[in-house]
Design a protein around this ligand. Structure first.
Ligand SMILES: Nc1ncnc2c1ncn2[C@@H]1O[C@H](COP(=O)(O)OP(=O)(O)OP(=O)(O)O)[C@@H](O)[C@H]1O
Ligand SMILES: [Mg+2]
Length: 343
């Protein structure tokens, strides 16, 4: 029996899965894998939402439809795609903060120094990241779909957020306590001065608490061992292997388990046996060999699927279907990888 791999086996083992996350560095195949899995599950009768925040609008590219910033769009039966405009979301969020500051301090204009501070915060990559994670939480909490596939942006896999959730929780608790005490003093002081104490709602504290709650919820969402499959996409190249190892280490340090890895863009080893295969293709197989060996040795138990290198960039439902087949039940098996590693 060849040791087959594919998402089919993952879903057999974990039928209660509701979320799949594809993470990894830029250009390795996150969007391609997300589209393929979404498509596959939708053909099996699940209502699926495929979600991305890529400003390059790559889901629009692969599904050959303008989807960017247009809300949830039905692509085919049961398959919906949401490509959000993160910059727009950040702008809306920051505007709401401005309004809260104005309301709280009863001012018309925000002071220049504060405005400068807000603007520099907007430029922070963390702001972009948190807008993305917020949007992910939003769609999941609406609970309109049977399954969610998240095509993660290349900057972060959200793992840092998990590490932050704990630290931030403690920090917000401390601030809450300090502010509560300050209130008590204020109250006592105004009583001593025989002034009437007017309680003021602490909007900023509320904001901090809501940020904390969202980060904690997000961290639960991506680390849910039952409902979420967190996967990294890699290709047979040095940098991708190194990055995957690093991410795995981060997972381990946080006491988390990654569901596995997808090995993409693999030249099928069978090419070497095919007398009609052109020489240049055989060379590509040879070139990938040492990296496939490394992947097999380092990640054998983690390999969820192996996707072959296709003749052209996958685009349109027909090609997505071809990738989906490979993602579901890969034609390249673990035995093929083992064999190629031994050669
Ligand atoms: N198996 C494959 N065979 C051939 N081309 C592929 C394959 N997988 C991905 N590609 C192509 O490689 C490029 C990168 O793939 P994709 O967009 O899925 O990666 P990504 O990880 O989402 O990238 P980014 O980080 O830029 O969002 C695309 O042009 C895609 O069409
Ligand atoms: Mg992408």
């Amino acid at each position: 029996m060849p040791r087959s791999v594919g998402f089919k086996y993952l879903f057999e083992k974990r039928p209660e899965l509701k979320i799949a996350i594809f993470a990894g560095k830029g250009g390795l195949g996150k969007t391609t894998s997300s589209a393929a899995l979404s498509y596959k599950l939708s053909t099996m009768g699940k209502r699926v939402l495929c979600f991305s925040t890529d400003p390059q609008a790559s889901l629009s590219d692969i599904f050959e439809k303008d989807l960017f910033g247009k809300g949830e769009i039905e692509i085919s039966k049961n398959l919906y795609v949401l490509e959000i405009d993160a910059d727009k979301r950040i702008k809306e969020y920051v505007d709401s903060i401005r309004q809260k500051i104005k309301d709280m301090y009863k001012i018309e204009e925000i002071p220049r120094e504060v405005e400068d501070y807000i603007e520099s915060a907007v430029a922070e990559p963390a702001m972009y990241e948190s807008a993305v994670y917020d949007a992910m939480l939003d769609v999941v909490s609406q609970n309109k779909y049977d399954f969610y596939v998240f095509d993660m942006p290349p900057f972060g896999h959200g793992i840092r957020m998990v590490a932050m959730a704990d630290i931030l929780s403690k920090w917000v608790d401390k601030i809450t306590e300090a502010r509560r005490q300050a209130y008590e003093y204020e109250k006592v002081a105004s009583r001593l001065k025989r002034e009437k104490y007017t309680e003021r709602e602490d909007q900023l504290l509320k904001e901090l608490e809501s940020i904390r709650d969202r980060i904690v919820s997000f961290s639960r969402l991506i680390t849910d061992p039952k409902g979420t499959a967190f996967t990294m996409v890699l290709i047979p190249e040095k940098m991708a292997i190194v990055d995957t190892e690093k991410a795995l280490k981060m997972f381990e340090e946080l006491g988390l388990r990654m569901s596995g890895v997808v090995v993409n863009q693999v030249y099928p080893p069978a090419i070497l046996e095919d007398p009609r295969a052109p020489e240049y293709l055989k060379k590509r197989v040879e070139a990938q060999k040492p990296f496939l060996r490394e992947i097999y040795e380092k990640f054998e138990d983690l390999i969820l699927a192996i996707i072959p290198m296709l003749r052209r960039e996958p685009r349109g439902l027909e090609m997505i279907e071809a990738v989906a087949k490979e993602l579901w039940e890969s034609t390249i098996t673990l035995d093929d990888l083992e064999a190629i590693s031994k050669r």
